[in-house]
Write a protein that binds this ligand. Structure first.
Ligand SMILES: Cc1cc2nc3c(=O)[nH]c(=O)nc-3n(C[C@H](O)[C@H](O)[C@H](O)COP(=O)(O)OP(=O)(O)OC[C@H]3O[C@@H](n4cnc5c(N)ncnc54)[C@H](O)[C@@H]3O)c2cc1C
Ligand SMILES: NC(=O)c1ccc[n+]([C@@H]2O[C@H](COP(=O)([O-])OP(=O)(O)OC[C@H]3O[C@@H](n4cnc5c(N)ncnc54)[C@H](O)[C@@H]3O)[C@@H](O)[C@H]2O)c1
Length: 421
Protein backbone atom coordinates (compact mmCIF):
# COMPACT_ATOMS: atom_id res chain seq x y z
CA UNK A 1 0.00 0.00 0.00
CA UNK A 2 1.20 3.57 -0.44
CA UNK A 3 3.61 4.32 2.40
CA UNK A 4 2.60 7.89 3.16
CA UNK A 5 -0.97 7.27 4.26
CA UNK A 6 -1.28 7.44 8.02
CA UNK A 7 -4.97 6.67 8.44
CA UNK A 8 -6.40 4.34 5.81
CA UNK A 9 -9.96 5.32 4.96
CA UNK A 10 -11.15 1.73 5.21
CA UNK A 11 -9.11 0.71 8.24
CA UNK A 12 -9.97 -2.76 9.48
CA UNK A 13 -11.56 -3.97 6.26
CA UNK A 14 -10.09 -5.26 3.02
CA UNK A 15 -12.33 -3.97 0.36
CA UNK A 16 -12.29 -4.51 -3.37
CA UNK A 17 -12.99 -1.54 -5.63
CA UNK A 18 -13.23 -2.07 -9.37
CA UNK A 19 -12.92 0.67 -11.99
CA UNK A 20 -14.07 -0.21 -15.51
CA UNK A 21 -12.46 2.02 -18.14
CA UNK A 22 -8.75 2.79 -18.01
CA UNK A 23 -8.87 6.26 -19.55
CA UNK A 24 -8.22 9.59 -17.85
CA UNK A 25 -11.21 9.30 -15.51
CA UNK A 26 -10.37 5.72 -14.54
CA UNK A 27 -6.71 6.49 -13.82
CA UNK A 28 -7.58 9.64 -11.87
CA UNK A 29 -10.10 7.69 -9.79
CA UNK A 30 -7.46 5.12 -8.86
CA UNK A 31 -5.09 7.96 -7.94
CA UNK A 32 -7.74 9.76 -5.88
CA UNK A 33 -8.65 6.59 -3.96
CA UNK A 34 -5.02 6.12 -2.90
CA UNK A 35 -4.65 9.83 -2.11
CA UNK A 36 -7.69 9.52 0.15
CA UNK A 37 -6.03 6.63 1.96
CA UNK A 38 -8.03 3.77 0.54
CA UNK A 39 -5.82 0.72 1.06
CA UNK A 40 -8.02 -2.03 -0.33
CA UNK A 41 -7.74 -3.65 -3.73
CA UNK A 42 -8.16 -1.41 -6.76
CA UNK A 43 -8.62 -3.12 -10.11
CA UNK A 44 -8.48 -0.85 -13.14
CA UNK A 45 -9.88 -2.59 -16.22
CA UNK A 46 -9.19 -1.30 -19.72
CA UNK A 47 -10.03 -2.71 -23.12
CA UNK A 48 -7.23 -0.81 -24.88
CA UNK A 49 -3.74 -2.24 -24.78
CA UNK A 50 -2.16 1.05 -23.65
CA UNK A 51 -1.57 2.61 -20.26
CA UNK A 52 -4.29 5.19 -19.51
CA UNK A 53 -3.63 8.29 -21.61
CA UNK A 54 -4.93 11.77 -22.30
CA UNK A 55 -6.71 12.35 -25.61
CA UNK A 56 -6.38 16.12 -26.24
CA UNK A 57 -2.86 15.81 -27.75
CA UNK A 58 -4.15 13.20 -30.25
CA UNK A 59 -5.68 15.93 -32.41
CA UNK A 60 -3.03 18.54 -31.61
CA UNK A 61 0.65 18.20 -30.69
CA UNK A 62 0.87 14.40 -30.80
CA UNK A 63 -0.80 14.34 -34.21
CA UNK A 64 1.52 17.09 -35.40
CA UNK A 65 4.54 15.13 -34.20
CA UNK A 66 5.40 17.80 -31.60
CA UNK A 67 4.63 15.70 -28.49
CA UNK A 68 6.16 12.33 -27.73
CA UNK A 69 4.15 9.17 -27.06
CA UNK A 70 5.36 9.06 -23.44
CA UNK A 71 3.99 12.54 -22.76
CA UNK A 72 0.36 11.47 -23.23
CA UNK A 73 0.25 8.83 -20.49
CA UNK A 74 -1.47 9.80 -17.24
CA UNK A 75 1.13 7.84 -15.21
CA UNK A 76 4.00 5.56 -16.16
CA UNK A 77 3.87 1.80 -15.59
CA UNK A 78 5.88 2.03 -12.35
CA UNK A 79 3.31 4.31 -10.79
CA UNK A 80 0.60 1.62 -11.00
CA UNK A 81 2.97 -0.90 -9.43
CA UNK A 82 4.01 1.47 -6.66
CA UNK A 83 0.36 2.25 -5.88
CA UNK A 84 -0.52 -1.44 -6.04
CA UNK A 85 -3.17 -0.91 -8.66
CA UNK A 86 -4.24 -4.15 -10.34
CA UNK A 87 -4.10 -2.73 -13.87
CA UNK A 88 -5.60 -5.03 -16.49
CA UNK A 89 -5.15 -3.78 -20.02
CA UNK A 90 -6.54 -5.31 -23.21
CA UNK A 91 -9.24 -6.77 -21.00
CA UNK A 92 -12.79 -5.66 -21.85
CA UNK A 93 -15.42 -5.91 -19.14
CA UNK A 94 -18.38 -7.84 -20.54
CA UNK A 95 -21.13 -7.54 -17.93
CA UNK A 96 -21.90 -6.33 -14.45
CA UNK A 97 -23.66 -8.85 -12.23
CA UNK A 98 -25.22 -6.59 -9.62
CA UNK A 99 -26.78 -9.44 -7.63
CA UNK A 100 -23.40 -11.18 -7.20
CA UNK A 101 -21.53 -7.80 -7.12
CA UNK A 102 -19.12 -8.97 -9.76
CA UNK A 103 -17.74 -7.67 -13.02
CA UNK A 104 -17.38 -10.38 -15.62
CA UNK A 105 -14.55 -9.93 -18.09
CA UNK A 106 -14.57 -10.94 -21.75
CA UNK A 107 -12.03 -13.68 -20.99
CA UNK A 108 -14.47 -15.23 -18.51
CA UNK A 109 -12.71 -13.91 -15.39
CA UNK A 110 -14.83 -12.51 -12.58
CA UNK A 111 -13.93 -9.63 -10.30
CA UNK A 112 -15.93 -9.16 -7.10
CA UNK A 113 -16.48 -5.57 -6.01
CA UNK A 114 -17.62 -3.70 -2.96
CA UNK A 115 -17.83 -0.49 -4.96
CA UNK A 116 -17.65 -0.13 -8.72
CA UNK A 117 -16.86 2.91 -10.85
CA UNK A 118 -17.86 2.97 -14.51
CA UNK A 119 -15.57 5.27 -16.52
CA UNK A 120 -16.05 3.83 -19.99
CA UNK A 121 -15.97 7.17 -21.83
CA UNK A 122 -17.42 7.55 -25.27
CA UNK A 123 -16.75 6.38 -28.79
CA UNK A 124 -17.01 8.09 -32.18
CA UNK A 125 -20.41 8.14 -33.83
CA UNK A 126 -20.09 6.09 -37.03
CA UNK A 127 -21.07 7.27 -40.47
CA UNK A 128 -23.61 4.70 -41.72
CA UNK A 129 -22.61 2.69 -44.77
CA UNK A 130 -19.15 4.24 -45.13
CA UNK A 131 -16.00 2.19 -45.40
CA UNK A 132 -12.33 3.18 -45.29
CA UNK A 133 -13.10 6.32 -43.27
CA UNK A 134 -10.82 7.43 -40.41
CA UNK A 135 -12.12 8.21 -36.93
CA UNK A 136 -10.14 9.72 -34.08
CA UNK A 137 -10.51 8.49 -30.53
CA UNK A 138 -7.48 6.38 -29.68
CA UNK A 139 -3.74 6.77 -29.87
CA UNK A 140 -3.74 4.12 -32.62
CA UNK A 141 -6.22 6.23 -34.61
CA UNK A 142 -3.94 9.23 -34.15
CA UNK A 143 -0.94 7.23 -35.40
CA UNK A 144 -2.89 6.25 -38.52
CA UNK A 145 -3.93 9.84 -39.11
CA UNK A 146 -0.35 11.01 -38.62
CA UNK A 147 0.59 8.71 -41.48
CA UNK A 148 -2.18 10.29 -43.60
CA UNK A 149 -0.86 13.78 -42.88
CA UNK A 150 2.63 12.67 -43.85
CA UNK A 151 1.70 10.94 -47.11
CA UNK A 152 -1.49 12.41 -48.60
CA UNK A 153 -2.32 15.74 -50.15
CA UNK A 154 -6.10 16.23 -49.73
CA UNK A 155 -8.04 15.43 -46.57
CA UNK A 156 -11.82 15.71 -46.46
CA UNK A 157 -13.21 16.11 -42.97
CA UNK A 158 -16.83 15.23 -42.29
CA UNK A 159 -18.11 17.21 -39.31
CA UNK A 160 -17.11 20.71 -38.27
CA UNK A 161 -17.00 20.00 -34.54
CA UNK A 162 -13.99 19.86 -32.21
CA UNK A 163 -12.33 16.86 -33.82
CA UNK A 164 -12.98 18.08 -37.36
CA UNK A 165 -11.63 21.58 -36.77
CA UNK A 166 -8.58 20.56 -34.73
CA UNK A 167 -7.59 17.96 -37.32
CA UNK A 168 -8.28 20.43 -40.14
CA UNK A 169 -5.84 22.85 -38.47
CA UNK A 170 -3.19 20.14 -38.03
CA UNK A 171 -3.63 19.01 -41.63
CA UNK A 172 -3.38 22.55 -43.02
CA UNK A 173 -0.25 23.08 -40.96
CA UNK A 174 1.14 19.86 -42.43
CA UNK A 175 0.53 21.33 -45.90
CA UNK A 176 -2.53 19.35 -46.99
CA UNK A 177 -5.47 20.71 -48.90
CA UNK A 178 -8.43 20.42 -46.50
CA UNK A 179 -12.18 20.39 -47.12
CA UNK A 180 -14.53 20.43 -44.12
CA UNK A 181 -18.11 19.26 -44.72
CA UNK A 182 -20.63 20.26 -42.09
CA UNK A 183 -24.39 19.69 -42.01
CA UNK A 184 -25.20 22.88 -40.11
CA UNK A 185 -24.78 26.49 -41.28
CA UNK A 186 -21.62 26.98 -39.24
CA UNK A 187 -19.02 24.82 -37.52
CA UNK A 188 -19.49 24.42 -33.75
CA UNK A 189 -22.91 26.00 -34.11
CA UNK A 190 -24.66 23.92 -31.45
CA UNK A 191 -22.10 24.56 -28.75
CA UNK A 192 -21.09 28.17 -29.45
CA UNK A 193 -24.11 29.70 -31.16
CA UNK A 194 -23.99 31.76 -34.35
CA UNK A 195 -21.89 34.72 -33.16
CA UNK A 196 -18.88 32.77 -31.94
CA UNK A 197 -19.21 29.89 -34.41
CA UNK A 198 -18.59 32.51 -37.09
CA UNK A 199 -15.20 33.27 -35.51
CA UNK A 200 -14.12 29.66 -36.03
CA UNK A 201 -15.45 29.62 -39.60
CA UNK A 202 -13.39 32.75 -40.34
CA UNK A 203 -10.24 31.32 -38.72
CA UNK A 204 -10.41 28.20 -40.87
CA UNK A 205 -11.23 30.05 -44.09
CA UNK A 206 -8.39 32.48 -43.50
CA UNK A 207 -6.09 29.49 -43.06
CA UNK A 208 -7.08 28.07 -46.42
CA UNK A 209 -9.67 25.45 -45.43
CA UNK A 210 -12.49 24.93 -47.90
CA UNK A 211 -15.47 25.03 -45.57
CA UNK A 212 -18.63 23.54 -47.10
CA UNK A 213 -21.51 24.33 -44.78
CA UNK A 214 -25.13 23.19 -44.79
CA UNK A 215 -24.26 20.11 -46.85
CA UNK A 216 -25.60 16.57 -46.69
CA UNK A 217 -23.38 13.61 -47.46
CA UNK A 218 -25.21 11.28 -49.82
CA UNK A 219 -22.44 8.72 -50.24
CA UNK A 220 -18.87 8.07 -49.21
CA UNK A 221 -16.95 6.81 -52.22
CA UNK A 222 -14.35 4.17 -51.55
CA UNK A 223 -11.67 2.18 -53.29
CA UNK A 224 -8.81 -0.01 -52.13
CA UNK A 225 -9.23 -3.71 -51.42
CA UNK A 226 -12.05 -5.42 -49.52
CA UNK A 227 -9.59 -6.14 -46.73
CA UNK A 228 -8.31 -2.56 -46.67
CA UNK A 229 -10.93 -0.21 -48.07
CA UNK A 230 -9.96 3.41 -48.50
CA UNK A 231 -12.42 6.30 -48.78
CA UNK A 232 -11.71 8.32 -51.89
CA UNK A 233 -14.30 11.06 -51.77
CA UNK A 234 -17.90 11.96 -51.10
CA UNK A 235 -20.98 12.70 -53.10
CA UNK A 236 -23.21 15.39 -51.66
CA UNK A 237 -27.00 15.45 -51.82
CA UNK A 238 -26.86 18.22 -54.47
CA UNK A 239 -24.80 15.88 -56.66
CA UNK A 240 -21.43 17.57 -56.08
CA UNK A 241 -18.55 15.14 -55.90
CA UNK A 242 -15.51 15.90 -53.76
CA UNK A 243 -12.46 13.74 -54.29
CA UNK A 244 -9.96 13.29 -51.49
CA UNK A 245 -7.01 11.03 -50.59
CA UNK A 246 -8.42 10.33 -47.15
CA UNK A 247 -11.53 11.07 -45.12
CA UNK A 248 -11.87 11.72 -41.41
CA UNK A 249 -15.30 11.65 -39.81
CA UNK A 250 -15.76 13.60 -36.57
CA UNK A 251 -19.53 13.61 -36.27
CA UNK A 252 -19.91 13.35 -32.53
CA UNK A 253 -19.37 10.91 -29.71
CA UNK A 254 -21.67 8.35 -28.14
CA UNK A 255 -21.35 7.54 -24.42
CA UNK A 256 -20.42 3.92 -23.76
CA UNK A 257 -23.39 3.08 -21.55
CA UNK A 258 -23.93 -0.54 -22.66
CA UNK A 259 -22.60 -2.17 -19.48
CA UNK A 260 -24.75 0.12 -17.34
CA UNK A 261 -27.97 -0.28 -19.29
CA UNK A 262 -27.52 -4.06 -19.54
CA UNK A 263 -27.14 -4.08 -15.76
CA UNK A 264 -30.40 -2.16 -15.37
CA UNK A 265 -28.91 1.14 -14.18
CA UNK A 266 -30.70 4.39 -15.06
CA UNK A 267 -29.35 5.61 -18.38
CA UNK A 268 -30.59 8.66 -20.22
CA UNK A 269 -28.02 9.83 -22.76
CA UNK A 270 -25.32 9.01 -20.16
CA UNK A 271 -25.36 7.03 -16.93
CA UNK A 272 -27.56 9.07 -14.64
CA UNK A 273 -25.87 9.99 -11.35
CA UNK A 274 -26.34 12.21 -8.35
CA UNK A 275 -23.96 15.11 -7.70
CA UNK A 276 -21.86 12.58 -5.75
CA UNK A 277 -21.60 10.56 -9.01
CA UNK A 278 -23.59 7.69 -7.53
CA UNK A 279 -25.76 5.82 -10.03
CA UNK A 280 -29.19 4.32 -9.38
CA UNK A 281 -27.30 1.47 -7.62
CA UNK A 282 -25.74 2.90 -4.42
CA UNK A 283 -22.60 0.77 -4.85
CA UNK A 284 -21.97 1.83 -8.44
CA UNK A 285 -20.58 5.20 -9.53
CA UNK A 286 -19.85 6.79 -12.89
CA UNK A 287 -17.49 9.57 -13.98
CA UNK A 288 -16.11 11.26 -17.08
CA UNK A 289 -17.69 11.32 -20.54
CA UNK A 290 -20.12 8.53 -19.69
CA UNK A 291 -21.73 10.20 -16.65
CA UNK A 292 -24.81 12.39 -16.81
CA UNK A 293 -24.38 13.97 -13.39
CA UNK A 294 -26.75 16.24 -11.53
CA UNK A 295 -25.10 19.64 -11.24
CA UNK A 296 -26.34 21.57 -8.20
CA UNK A 297 -25.52 25.03 -9.56
CA UNK A 298 -26.98 24.39 -13.02
CA UNK A 299 -29.96 22.57 -11.52
CA UNK A 300 -29.95 19.88 -14.22
CA UNK A 301 -28.12 16.73 -15.26
CA UNK A 302 -25.19 17.46 -17.54
CA UNK A 303 -22.93 15.11 -19.46
CA UNK A 304 -19.66 16.80 -20.31
CA UNK A 305 -17.44 15.31 -23.01
CA UNK A 306 -14.31 17.24 -22.06
CA UNK A 307 -10.95 16.69 -20.46
CA UNK A 308 -11.34 18.80 -17.29
CA UNK A 309 -14.45 16.89 -16.31
CA UNK A 310 -12.66 13.53 -16.67
CA UNK A 311 -9.75 14.96 -14.72
CA UNK A 312 -11.69 16.28 -11.75
CA UNK A 313 -14.91 14.28 -11.35
CA UNK A 314 -13.04 11.13 -10.25
CA UNK A 315 -11.85 12.71 -6.99
CA UNK A 316 -15.50 13.30 -6.04
CA UNK A 317 -16.51 9.78 -7.08
CA UNK A 318 -13.59 8.36 -5.07
CA UNK A 319 -14.59 10.31 -1.96
CA UNK A 320 -18.18 9.10 -2.29
CA UNK A 321 -16.98 5.51 -2.82
CA UNK A 322 -15.21 5.55 0.55
CA UNK A 323 -18.30 6.97 2.23
CA UNK A 324 -17.46 10.66 2.40
CA UNK A 325 -19.93 13.45 1.62
CA UNK A 326 -19.06 14.66 -1.85
CA UNK A 327 -20.58 16.73 -4.63
CA UNK A 328 -19.18 17.68 -8.04
CA UNK A 329 -19.91 21.35 -8.60
CA UNK A 330 -17.16 22.54 -10.96
CA UNK A 331 -18.47 24.42 -13.94
CA UNK A 332 -17.91 22.71 -17.30
CA UNK A 333 -14.59 23.85 -18.82
CA UNK A 334 -12.81 23.08 -22.06
CA UNK A 335 -10.16 24.48 -24.34
CA UNK A 336 -8.92 24.22 -27.88
CA UNK A 337 -5.85 25.24 -29.90
CA UNK A 338 -6.24 25.79 -33.63
CA UNK A 339 -3.54 27.63 -35.65
CA UNK A 340 -2.69 30.71 -33.58
CA UNK A 341 -6.04 30.67 -31.78
CA UNK A 342 -6.07 29.36 -28.23
CA UNK A 343 -9.25 29.51 -26.21
CA UNK A 344 -10.84 28.41 -22.96
CA UNK A 345 -14.58 28.12 -22.38
CA UNK A 346 -16.27 27.89 -19.02
CA UNK A 347 -19.94 27.54 -18.14
CA UNK A 348 -22.89 25.84 -19.72
CA UNK A 349 -25.44 27.10 -22.21
CA UNK A 350 -27.89 24.49 -23.37
CA UNK A 351 -29.76 24.95 -26.69
CA UNK A 352 -31.30 28.43 -26.82
CA UNK A 353 -30.00 29.13 -23.33
CA UNK A 354 -28.81 32.68 -24.07
CA UNK A 355 -30.32 35.88 -25.39
CA UNK A 356 -27.23 38.09 -25.70
CA UNK A 357 -23.53 37.79 -26.48
CA UNK A 358 -21.23 40.47 -25.13
CA UNK A 359 -17.65 40.84 -26.38
CA UNK A 360 -14.86 42.46 -24.39
CA UNK A 361 -11.74 43.08 -26.48
CA UNK A 362 -10.90 42.91 -30.16
CA UNK A 363 -12.97 40.45 -32.15
CA UNK A 364 -11.16 41.22 -35.42
CA UNK A 365 -7.74 40.61 -33.88
CA UNK A 366 -9.11 37.46 -32.20
CA UNK A 367 -8.13 38.64 -28.76
CA UNK A 368 -11.24 38.92 -26.64
CA UNK A 369 -13.57 37.43 -24.06
CA UNK A 370 -17.11 36.55 -25.13
CA UNK A 371 -19.90 36.19 -22.60
CA UNK A 372 -23.21 34.44 -23.15
CA UNK A 373 -25.99 36.03 -21.09
CA UNK A 374 -29.54 35.07 -20.29
CA UNK A 375 -31.76 37.76 -18.81
CA UNK A 376 -28.70 39.82 -17.97
CA UNK A 377 -26.83 37.05 -16.13
CA UNK A 378 -23.61 35.50 -17.42
CA UNK A 379 -24.03 31.79 -18.20
CA UNK A 380 -20.76 31.09 -19.99
CA UNK A 381 -17.58 32.82 -21.11
CA UNK A 382 -14.89 32.12 -23.69
CA UNK A 383 -11.49 33.77 -23.63
CA UNK A 384 -9.71 33.78 -26.97
CA UNK A 385 -5.97 34.53 -26.91
CA UNK A 386 -6.52 36.20 -23.53
CA UNK A 387 -5.28 34.29 -20.50
CA UNK A 388 -5.63 33.92 -16.73
CA UNK A 389 -9.26 35.04 -16.62
CA UNK A 390 -11.02 31.71 -16.12
CA UNK A 391 -11.40 32.11 -12.35
CA UNK A 392 -12.92 35.56 -12.78
CA UNK A 393 -15.34 34.32 -15.44
CA UNK A 394 -16.30 31.42 -13.18
CA UNK A 395 -16.93 33.82 -10.29
CA UNK A 396 -19.13 35.93 -12.54
CA UNK A 397 -21.21 32.91 -13.56
CA UNK A 398 -21.45 31.61 -10.01
CA UNK A 399 -22.47 35.01 -8.63
CA UNK A 400 -25.71 34.91 -10.61
CA UNK A 401 -25.76 38.73 -10.45
CA UNK A 402 -27.34 40.63 -13.32
CA UNK A 403 -24.54 42.59 -15.02
CA UNK A 404 -24.52 45.74 -17.06
CA UNK A 405 -23.62 44.78 -20.65
CA UNK A 406 -21.65 48.00 -21.27
CA UNK A 407 -19.54 47.42 -18.15
CA UNK A 408 -19.00 43.81 -19.14
CA UNK A 409 -17.77 44.88 -22.57
CA UNK A 410 -15.45 47.51 -21.07
CA UNK A 411 -11.92 46.17 -20.39
CA UNK A 412 -11.54 48.98 -17.85
CA UNK A 413 -14.07 47.33 -15.50
CA UNK A 414 -12.60 44.47 -13.47
CA UNK A 415 -14.53 41.23 -13.91
CA UNK A 416 -14.11 40.53 -10.20
CA UNK A 417 -15.89 43.80 -9.40
CA UNK A 418 -18.81 42.74 -11.60
CA UNK A 419 -18.89 39.36 -9.86
CA UNK A 420 -18.93 41.10 -6.47
CA UNK A 421 -22.11 42.85 -7.62
C1 LIG B 1 -8.85 13.43 -30.24
C2 LIG B 1 -9.49 14.04 -29.04
C3 LIG B 1 -9.09 15.31 -28.63
C4 LIG B 1 -9.68 15.90 -27.52
N1 LIG B 1 -9.29 17.16 -27.16
C5 LIG B 1 -9.85 17.75 -26.10
C6 LIG B 1 -9.47 19.08 -25.71
O1 LIG B 1 -8.64 19.71 -26.34
N2 LIG B 1 -10.06 19.64 -24.63
C7 LIG B 1 -11.01 18.98 -23.92
O2 LIG B 1 -11.52 19.54 -22.95
N3 LIG B 1 -11.39 17.70 -24.24
C8 LIG B 1 -10.84 17.09 -25.32
N4 LIG B 1 -11.22 15.83 -25.68
C9 LIG B 1 -12.22 15.11 -24.86
C10 LIG B 1 -11.53 14.35 -23.72
O3 LIG B 1 -10.41 13.68 -24.19
C11 LIG B 1 -12.54 13.37 -23.11
O4 LIG B 1 -13.55 14.12 -22.50
C12 LIG B 1 -11.86 12.44 -22.10
O5 LIG B 1 -10.98 11.57 -22.75
C13 LIG B 1 -12.89 11.61 -21.36
O6 LIG B 1 -12.21 10.74 -20.50
P1 LIG B 1 -12.89 9.40 -19.95
O7 LIG B 1 -11.85 8.75 -19.10
O8 LIG B 1 -14.21 9.70 -19.41
O9 LIG B 1 -13.15 8.52 -21.26
P2 LIG B 1 -12.12 7.90 -22.29
O10 LIG B 1 -10.95 8.79 -22.46
O11 LIG B 1 -12.93 7.55 -23.49
O12 LIG B 1 -11.65 6.56 -21.57
C14 LIG B 1 -12.52 5.47 -21.37
C15 LIG B 1 -11.74 4.19 -21.50
O13 LIG B 1 -12.57 3.11 -21.13
C16 LIG B 1 -12.40 2.06 -22.08
N5 LIG B 1 -13.57 1.17 -22.06
C17 LIG B 1 -14.80 1.40 -22.56
N6 LIG B 1 -15.61 0.34 -22.35
C18 LIG B 1 -14.87 -0.60 -21.71
C19 LIG B 1 -15.15 -1.90 -21.22
N7 LIG B 1 -16.35 -2.49 -21.36
N8 LIG B 1 -14.14 -2.58 -20.61
C20 LIG B 1 -12.92 -2.01 -20.46
N9 LIG B 1 -12.61 -0.78 -20.90
C21 LIG B 1 -13.58 -0.07 -21.51
C22 LIG B 1 -12.21 2.81 -23.39
O14 LIG B 1 -11.65 2.02 -24.40
C23 LIG B 1 -11.28 3.92 -22.93
O15 LIG B 1 -9.94 3.49 -22.94
C24 LIG B 1 -10.67 15.20 -26.80
C25 LIG B 1 -11.08 13.92 -27.22
C26 LIG B 1 -10.50 13.36 -28.34
C27 LIG B 1 -10.95 11.99 -28.79
N1 LIG C 1 -11.18 20.78 -27.67
C1 LIG C 1 -12.06 19.91 -27.22
O1 LIG C 1 -12.70 20.09 -26.21
C2 LIG C 1 -12.25 18.63 -27.98
C3 LIG C 1 -11.41 18.33 -29.03
C4 LIG C 1 -11.61 17.14 -29.72
C5 LIG C 1 -12.62 16.29 -29.33
N2 LIG C 1 -13.42 16.61 -28.31
C6 LIG C 1 -14.50 15.70 -27.91
O2 LIG C 1 -14.48 14.56 -28.74
C7 LIG C 1 -15.80 14.14 -29.02
C8 LIG C 1 -16.04 14.00 -30.51
O3 LIG C 1 -15.85 15.25 -31.17
P1 LIG C 1 -16.59 15.54 -32.54
O4 LIG C 1 -15.94 16.72 -33.15
O5 LIG C 1 -16.70 14.28 -33.30
O6 LIG C 1 -18.07 15.88 -32.07
P2 LIG C 1 -18.84 17.29 -31.99
O7 LIG C 1 -20.14 16.96 -31.37
O8 LIG C 1 -17.97 18.34 -31.36
O9 LIG C 1 -19.07 17.76 -33.50
C9 LIG C 1 -19.72 16.98 -34.46
C10 LIG C 1 -20.03 17.85 -35.65
O10 LIG C 1 -20.38 17.01 -36.75
C11 LIG C 1 -21.54 17.55 -37.39
N3 LIG C 1 -22.20 16.43 -38.06
C12 LIG C 1 -22.90 15.42 -37.48
N4 LIG C 1 -23.29 14.52 -38.42
C13 LIG C 1 -22.80 14.97 -39.61
C14 LIG C 1 -22.85 14.47 -40.93
N5 LIG C 1 -23.46 13.32 -41.23
N6 LIG C 1 -22.25 15.19 -41.91
C15 LIG C 1 -21.61 16.34 -41.62
N7 LIG C 1 -21.53 16.87 -40.38
C16 LIG C 1 -22.11 16.19 -39.38
C17 LIG C 1 -22.33 18.19 -36.26
O11 LIG C 1 -23.25 19.16 -36.74
C18 LIG C 1 -21.20 18.81 -35.43
O12 LIG C 1 -20.85 20.09 -35.90
C19 LIG C 1 -16.70 15.14 -28.38
O13 LIG C 1 -17.02 14.58 -27.15
C20 LIG C 1 -15.84 16.34 -28.17
O14 LIG C 1 -16.25 17.11 -27.06
C21 LIG C 1 -13.25 17.76 -27.61
Amino acid sequence: MPANKAVPANKGATKAFVIVGAGLAGAKAAEALRDLGFDGTISLIGDEGHLPYERPPLSKDYLAGKASRDSVFVHDQDWYQRQEIDLRLGSPAATIDRAARQVRLDDGGRLPYDKLLIATGSSPRQLPGASGVHYLRTIDDSDRLKEVLATRSHLAVIGGGWIGLEVAAAARQAGLEVTVLETLDLPLLRVLGREMAQVFADVHRSNGVSLRLGVRIEEVLSGGSTAKPQATGVRLADGTRIDADAILAGIGAVPRTGLASDAGLDVSDGIVTTAALRTSDPDIFAAGDVASAFHPLLGEHVRVEHWANALKQPAVAAAAMIGQEASYEDLPYFYTDQYDLGMEYVGHVSGGGYDQVVVRGDLEARQFIAFWLKEGRVKAGMNVNVWDVTDSVKALIRSGHPVDAAALADPGTALDDLAAG
